[in-house]
Ligand binder design. Sequence first.
Ligand code: ASP
Ligand code: MG
Length: 390
Amino acid sequence: MISTVVLKFGGSSVADNIKLNVVAEKIISMKKEAKNIVVVVSAQGKTTDKLLKEAKELSAIPDERELDVLISTGEQITISKLSILLNRLGYKSISLTGWQAGIKTNNVHKSAKIEEIYTKKILEELGKGKIVIVAGFQGIDEKGEITTLGRGGSDTTAVAISAAIGADKCYIFSDVDGIYSSDPNMITLAKRLDEISFDEMQEIADAGAKVLHNRCIQLGKKFNLNIIAKSTFTDKGGTIVRKKIENAEVKSIVKSDNLMKIKMVGNFKKEDTVGIYKKLLNNNIIVEDFENTENREIEFRIQKAEQNKVQELLEKNYPKYDISQENIVKLTIVGYGITQDNKILKKVIKILEEDDIEITDISLNQSKIEILLNEINTKALEKLHEELIK
Ligand code: ASP
Ligand code: MG
């Protein structure tokens, strides 16, 4: 029997009373495996989306402090309900909000970072033999204000607590039974991976696959803590995210179409370029690959979600420019060491060319090949999967 585990349950696993009962059974069954159990939960189902929508109905730009007070309530509902249930089933438990659990963050509302966890309360309650249930996604800053960690942030709460209390394992339970080589809703050949390294997982999350919160992977790597992604609803399957695995093979192919290319054409001066870049940064817009092309154009990539904000900002400040937008598709092929010889890249290019798919950019690092395209069809994606993933 190991000493301590942290179990995290996502929104769809705790969506209603029936599912809460399944979660409670799972927690109780883990009692056989570990002496101490800390549970971290998300808000039920789509609660966070619903609360955000309601706030937007009251104000187009809700105050960020108040938004955090509002959206942190979702997790508070889940912890109390789960604790009520476990106590009724005869298992002593206690629910703790982020601040009660000692989760201290910086003061950036809506995307706060955890700075420290004062573990005294969690450890005391574990010491009394209780199952400790902590609200994910939230903390408190040095002034006592409630903060939240960014969408999907409960994963990060779970891994941060695991590191702080020295847990042996951290399970992330959801409605899927692990990490897949590609989106199974799109690629029929997609298969579940038994294990994957932190770096590879990080690339998959960064590429836009909504699997694990990327900051939880960074933490897992930093503290060398195995993260196990499993389904709440079956004992089978699962994927272990762990330290580097030395086999240069393709683990995953991720397609993301949440990027846009912006082009600005006009008679600009050199100073304008820096001015535009600064303006975007000052408005917290994430800019990729900003460049100044020879034919007096400025080109850069942004997140599609920020398309309207960027268009408005540029039109207002730079009316002299002709501004156009283009859709782009980013294909990320992930696998540690796959770029050490160029066989894989050659194969990829060949498959894309056979399908007349135009490549606009390629970049590589130790763990991934990133390719920009105008578009790609499912057939070509299936073919890449078939040829690259064993
Ligand atoms: N409830 C939050 C969200 O929906 C945090 C989480 O689920 O991890 O983003
Ligand atoms: Mg999540």
